[in-house]
Design a protein. Structure first.
Length: 344
């Protein structure tokens, strides 16, 4: 019976399968509140967005109510409502409230909303009677601007996060191993579904597997960089159409001693591919990731062509993006292939 396949380190969609536990220094997250808010899930972000405004309105509504209560505005407003004739006499006597038309906490709360969101209906306004009211007006405006800047900036950053652009960067479901230029190569296909390009796109690959040192130290997730080749040379790619990226399996490759017979016995083998670049339209750096386990590597196959010239332009058939065909390939390791070539 085959052994159970180990958990992925990186999912096919690029998500890292890592859980952080027993973090004792939780206060570090509060030192960078903005990044913490951006990293939260949408329901939590919207809840904080709503509560930040409601709490500030309620807080300053209570402050306005206390100012009116301390100045006696509420008592005078009550007399005006009970006896309009006395109210006229009171007005003639020269009583000036701190804030006009505040009769209760509800009207103070409405005035707080009007001040912070700059909605003025003309029924309530601050007078020059109370310097404390003018000071509170200034403070609430500043606090409202700060809350608007933080929360709107957070919403903007969440809607323009780079991983949204990465969802249109696709990788082939399977990788293949076949001959190219007489040498065994590990190959995969990468493409971009959007017309807007990824500028300065680079691609790199790592092998993640469990290793042990000579001293007996076990490294459960040892990351080994391996060199990749592409049609334009180096790691930079011009991703205007799908490209086949390949890695030559030589003596420096972690795949040097893998054959089709023992490929699927490497349950701890995982190959991670990382594509990075700058989004042309926004200038934000984005990163797309995927991984291939041993049973997702096809030996002796290659990708079918999907780019064709039609009516003076090149067209890409994405329905064949992951299609492969069988090709003659030696059923031996790259080491054995090189030894046989050297003998010949």
């Amino acid at each position: 019976r085959a052994r159970e396949r180990r958990a992925r380190f990186v999912g096919k969609n690029g998500a890292c399968n890592v859980a952080h536990k027993n973090i004792r220094e939780q206060g570090r997250f509060l030192q960078d509140v903005f990044t913490t808010l951006v990293d939260l899930k949408w329901p939590h972000t919207l809840l904080i967005f709503t509560m930040s405004f409601l709490c500030s309105w309620l807080l300053f509504g209570m402050v306005w109510w206390l100012i009116a209560f301390a100045h006696g505005d509420l008592d005078h407003s009550t007399r005006l409502q009970r006896d309009p004739a006395e109210g006229a006499a009171g007005s003639a006597a020269g009583f000036v409230p701190c804030v006009t038309s505040i009769h209760s906490f509800t009207s103070a709360f409405l005035f707080s909303i009007e001040v912070q969101v700059t909605i003025g209906f003309g029924g309530r306004m601050v007078t020059e009677e109370c310097p404390a009211a003018i000071l509170v007006l200034i403070v609430q405006n500043i606090v409202g601007l700060v809350i608007n800047a933080i929360m709107l900036g957070c919403i903007f950053m969440k809607t323009s996060q780079a991983h949204r652009r990465a969802e249109t960067l696709i990788f082939s479901k399977h990788a293949v191993i076949a001959l190219r230029e007489g040498r065994l190569c590990f190959m995969l296909r990468v493409g971009d579904l959007r017309k807007s390009m990824i500028i300065s796109a680079t691609i790199r690959m790592q092998v993640v597997k469990k290793t042990a040192s000579l001293e007996g130290e076990v490294v459960p997730l040892n990351q080994i960089d391996i060199q990749m080749e592409n049609p334009v040379g180096g790691n930079s790619i011009f991703l205007v159409s799908p490209l086949i990226i390949y890695h030559v399996i030589d003596k420096n490759s972690p795949l040097y001693d893998i054959s089709p017979m023992n490929l699927h016995h490497h349950e701890d083998l995982e190959i991670i591919v990382i594509l990075e670049g700058v989004v042309e339209t926004t200038g934000i750096t984005t990163q797309a990731r995927t991984s291939y386990l041993a049973d997702e590597i096809l030996w002796g196959q290659r990708f079918v062509p999907i780019v064709a010239e039609e009516d003076g332009r090149y067209s890409v058939d994405y329905s064949k993006f992951g299609n492969t065909v069988k090709v003659p390939t030696p059923s031996c390791t790259a080491r054995q292939l090189e030894e046989d070539e050297s003998i010949m």
